[in-house]
Design a protein around this ligand. Sequence first.
Ligand SMILES: C[S@@+](CC[C@H](N)C(=O)[O-])C[C@H]1O[C@@H](n2cnc3c(N)ncnc32)[C@H](O)[C@@H]1O
Length: 241
Amino acid sequence: MWSSGQPIETSGAAGYSVLTGPVGLGDSAGGSSPSGGRAGVAEFFGPALAGVEQLAGLLEAHGVERGLIGPREMERLWERHLVNSGALAALLPERGLVVDAGSGAGLPGLVLALMRPKLRFELVDSMRRRTEWLAEAVDRLGLANVSVTRERVEQLPNRGRAKAVVSRAVARLDKLAPWTAGLLRPGGLFLALKGSSAGEELAACGTALRRCGLVGAEVLELTPLPDMEPTYVVRATRSGA
Ligand SMILES: C[S@@+](CC[C@H](N)C(=O)[O-])C[C@H]1O[C@@H](n2cnc3c(N)ncnc32)[C@H](O)[C@@H]1O
């Protein structure tokens, strides 16, 4: 279920490529929110659905009041935030450590930890109120595969242990890459969820990625559910594998 699907288009430009294609869903999937297409969402999350529904309930109850998510975001919590975060699940390795840099409300880290229980996740955020939320959410969701660290991610020791570093809405690539590349082991994946201008951002920041040993950078355009707007991911690999 979690294959990234066959790319249907590849184009090279300015040192990166754009791949487009479906992610991990069968043809029977439909709809983009529990109200509009619950079957599609249920298939997308699979056995993780109950946990993701519980996370959605926690965010609906506390997300606005605790400054984790904007009030106007609540009506698109599933499509814009939960499914969007889950789109990375198909790109993660089988086992090992994944660091979520600037996890905030737990996006994408909590969603991915629910979807990929065999992986270990370290959710990193510099703000105390965010890490307090994350620790509470981990407890409420009963997640045994997650730890929470309060630190600026660039101040973590360069541990070289992670199989992947994920991030969403944290910083431009030319900051994010040097902040996080040292956390990756050789062959580890840098995966940044971005908006539709991901290609331009990568074109502007490609040198910064290469300087910190991130190679093969490309933009993936993913459509986690058939009716959904595409999700863009910048993917690169830590050299030295
Ligand atoms: C806009 S929020 C996004 C949160 C979450 N990733 C999401 O998509 O909803 C950015 C988060 O990154 C955290 N952050 C920003 N710079 C950071 C850094 N250098 N190290 C760790 N966390 C950082 C902030 O505290 C905040 O929680």
